[in-house]
Write a protein that binds this ligand. Sequence first.
Ligand code: AMP
Length: 402
Amino acid sequence: MTPTRVLVLNSGSSSVKYQLIDMADRSRLAVGLAERIGEETSALHHEPLAGGGGKRERHGRLADHDAALEAIAEELAADGMGLDSPELAVIGHRVVHGGLKLTVPTLVDDAMLKEIERLIPVAPLHNPANVTGIRTAQRLRPDLPQVAVFDTAFHSAMPEHAARYAIDVETADAHRVRRYGFHGTSHAYVSRKAAELLGKDPSEVNLIVLHLGNGASASAVRGGRCEDTSMGLTPLEGLVMGTRSGDIDPAVVFHLGRVAGMSMDEVDELLNKRSGLLGLCGDNDMRQIRRRMAEGDAAARLAFDIYIHRLKKYIGAYYAVLGTVDAVVFTAGVGENSAPVREAAVAGLEELGLAVDGELNAAGGKEARLISPSYARVKVAVVPTDEELEIAEQSYALVASR
Ligand code: AMP
């Protein structure tokens, strides 16, 4: 029997998300999340999807990622789908930063782990957790192939003129300061699905992909390759996000240091955790912001308007970068679910060939769909992202090709 199952692990700084996927029919066998790792209030939410059984919860401290992964392995084993199962083909890991060297899905080995560790200064929140996740999985199943899939990979095709900041080249190179981009697995998956929806090969279409979740990024995709993306050295650059500022004059940092006496760490925390929608109006959930707007809340309205204004600037910029655009594609939590955001983002862009059909936009649904009227020169689409499936596809393809 050829093993066809892939365990996808997405290790964050204090959480591990996982999915067990059977590549024979792309079905999910189990999904779950270990959260607040390291705290007294740790929880593990586990849901076996094959054979019923229903959701299970565990509460109580998971001391570290090791403990979390062991608990996950126990839950899977209780459903007869443990890490020792002969049906498990590979463990696929989401790794946030692959830098310039790790640009394709890669079998885990010591040299690769060292490279991920070397990149910790440019991804201090994510890469350490990713390394821990991989090492723990190796300990639990030393004989099983493990594959790392990098968030930065899709953007590694960006031309130098998009990837470089206009700063002194020697300083930039010495410290690996350049634009890497993130959410690449999502941008890759969504742009392929969007081409499918348009009935074309990815090489035939130019797309503006808007991944609008709690983190948010835009990318300009020409013929299946990334030509520019809004996140940069870190996931802080670009669009207004749930808690991150996105683009900002870098002199704001010096100003806050000199005038407000804030330390580098304090400004870092401000821009990453207390800015964006949260900083502007106290809420980072678009649903709540819309509710407040309906009640006439001025701060929520302004936060929404700033969010949309930035989004529009990127649509315009990437339109200019691409020259011709086949579709603008919305994905992730906000992009998939918020009709008002989609409507506002393309409002007034009829001269660019962009329009949204009110009814199609409001209709909702879990499938990839067009929401532009039939006459629109540039299509507008909603394509649900599926980073876990994409990681599973890439990991499985790599081990199957060996
Ligand atoms: P993600 O990071 O892709 O999981 O997206 C999470 C974000 O999606 C949340 O913080 C919400 O702002 C947003 N979101 C989720 N569901 C909805 C919805 N029905 N309407 C508007 N925004 C939503």
